[in-house]
Design a protein. Structure first.
Length: 239
């Protein structure tokens, strides 16, 4: 059973008064065993009860909707508004990730990410190939929502970008494949190929710069000026 304290629900209800356009939470269950599907559905039901502009639906693996969105694994949650952004959660959005989901709902309702206009323009103009940003998290990680939100904002800024939260304990084989020992762990794919990985949550500007590096693009001088500090190249590993 999911327990969300009344004060948190009151705050979220107040935040949802700012919803501008309808948002649909599309949840997809796997055909087999699902560790936290019941809890995830309960979270979505609670959220949908807080605003008439928010709705939730449950689909199954193999359904026409699942085929339409070409989901790579299950359980999966998509956050859609007027635009069907590639804002995706694989695993339960619980613990600290609950806050990331709430912020995503607000952005999707506005139809624009809470992102510096300069960064939004660079993401829109410079990314011309399919990019997938996988962010491995656990519900108890306080820094993980920052990394998830950065990936999701990029996904909203450019339809070629897929921002994926992946709950490491629900996908242990995938976490082992990418040697996830510390979260958040970020993996950037380009056209389906692993290119770069790094650990930790970074500001939006740094994630944009790393995606451009993965694409082999030069980092615009205006983007460099937007980064208040530098990280050593050794912190970012090519795959």
């Amino acid at each position: 059973m999911v327990e969300i304290d009344p004060e948190t629900l009151r705050q979220v209800r107040e935040m949802f008064r700012e919803l501008e356009n309808p948002v649909r939470l599309r949840f997809f269950r796997p055909e087999g065993e699902c560790r936290f599907c019941e809890e995830t559905e309960e979270i979505l039901k609670i959220l949908a009860s807080l605003s008439d502009k928010l709705s939730a639906e449950v689909n199954s693996e193999g359904s026409p909707e699942a085929v339409k969105y070409d989901l790579p694994m299950y359980p999966a949650l998509l956050v859609h508004g007027k635009e069907e952004y590639n804002v995706r959660f694989f695993g339960i959005p619980a613990g600290y990730e609950f806050g990331a989901l709430v912020e995503d709902i607000l952005d999707v309702s506005r139809g624009a990410p809470s992102m510096n206009p300069l960064l939004r323009r660079i993401v829109r103009e410079k990314i011309r190939r399919r990019v997938r940003i996988m962010v491995f998290v656990t519900p108890t990680c306080p820094y993980c929502p920052l990394a998830v939100r950065a990936a999701h904002k990029m996904a909203m800024a450019n339809p070629l970008v897929y921002g994926d939260m992946i709950e490491a304990m629900e996908f242990p084989d995938l976490a082992n494949r990418y040697n996830v020992f510390t979260v958040p762990k970020n993996v950037i794919q380009v056209d389906g190929q692993d290119v770069l990985e790094f650990e930790g949550a970074v500001p939006d500007a740094y994630l944009v710069a790393q995606v451009l590096s993965a694409l082999g693009e030069n980092i615009p001088s205006e983007l460099k000026r937007a980064m208040p500090y530098s990280r050593t190249d050794r912190e970012f590993t090519e795959l």
